[in-house]
Design a protein around this ligand. Structure first.
Ligand code: SAH
Length: 235
């Protein structure tokens, strides 16, 4: 069932899946379910919901941005979403998954090895990596789902995005207020709003939005600030 839902959904999203992808999504689903009994990675438990709301929702991003041969950082990746689900669909993506929780990163290191996919798994806080020359402004794309409001997320993701690159925020279709609230922060961090692409998760009536932010200028050295300051007020 999972295999068919994903094959049909990916095709509807305009993302041709490589050989062996369906088996990898199957293994991914099994490992997520097993790990969930140890520590919480996802609230979604049924095979069908995981296929659609996790995997197809992530695969949709690959249909809206050409990630082949590009560096992509998934910020606050949790159980690997959307990053690992994108990597299975587009193995030519040079993926780094970042999360503050070490246990989740350990899970992803083991899983990517089992899947035979070459990914970097980094345990750390985005606002600290954003000040580290090894990570600052190096990624062609940053992406994030279900981590924070756009105003906060912009300060976590834009410092990691290279000038000329893009920050992709996966949001629900009622994110208009968040976008308005984030305008000043995006501009202060060297970003400019691009398109907002709407899509429907195949097989559901659920509408989602990919908010595209272009990185047009270097981020000022004052950013990112410490977490307490980021959470408290806009830059
Ligand atoms: N993106 C995943 C997980 C969302 S839960 C999904 O869509 O399913 C949010 C995750 O963000 C958690 O795993 C948490 O550890 C991580 N996180 C929150 N703030 C962070 C920060 N400042 N830096 C890195 N990771 C962070």
């Amino acid at each position: 069932m999972l295999e068919r839902i994903i094959a049909e959904g990916a095709s509807a999203l305009g993302v041709p899946l490589p050989e062996g992808a369906e088996e990898r999504y199957r293994t991914y689903f099994q490992r997520l379910t097993e790990a969930n009994s140890d520590f919480n990675l996802t609230a979604i438990e049924s095979e069908e919901d995981a296929a659609r709301l996790h995997f197809l929702d992530s695969i949709a991003v690959a249909g809206l941005a050409d990630l082949r041969g590009r560096t992509l950082a998934d910020i606050g990746t949790g159980g690997g979403l959307p990053g690992l689900a994108i990597k299975i669909a587009v193995p030519e993506t040079d993926l780094t998954m970042i999360d503050a929780t070490e246990k989740k990163i350990d899970f992803l290191s083991r899983l990517t090895r089992e899947l035979g996919l070459d990914c970097k798994c980094v345990a750390g806080r985005a606002e600290e990596l954003g000040r580290d020359p090894e990570y600052r402004e190096i990624f062609d794309f940053t992406v994030s789902r279900a981590v924070a409001r756009l105003r906060v997320l912009a300060e976590l993701c834009l410092p990691l995005t290279k000038v000329g690159g893009r920050f992709l925020a996966m949001k629900s279709d009622d994110c208009g207020g968040e976008v308005e609230e984030a305008r000043a922060a995006v501009s202060a961090l060297g970003g400019e709003f691009g398109e907002i692409r709407e899509y429907t998760v195949p097989g559901t009536g659920i509408k989602r939005r990919l908010v595209v932010v272009e990185k047009t200028a270097p981020t000022d050295a004052r950013f990112p600030r410490r977490w307490a300051a980021i959470a408290k007020r806009a830059p």
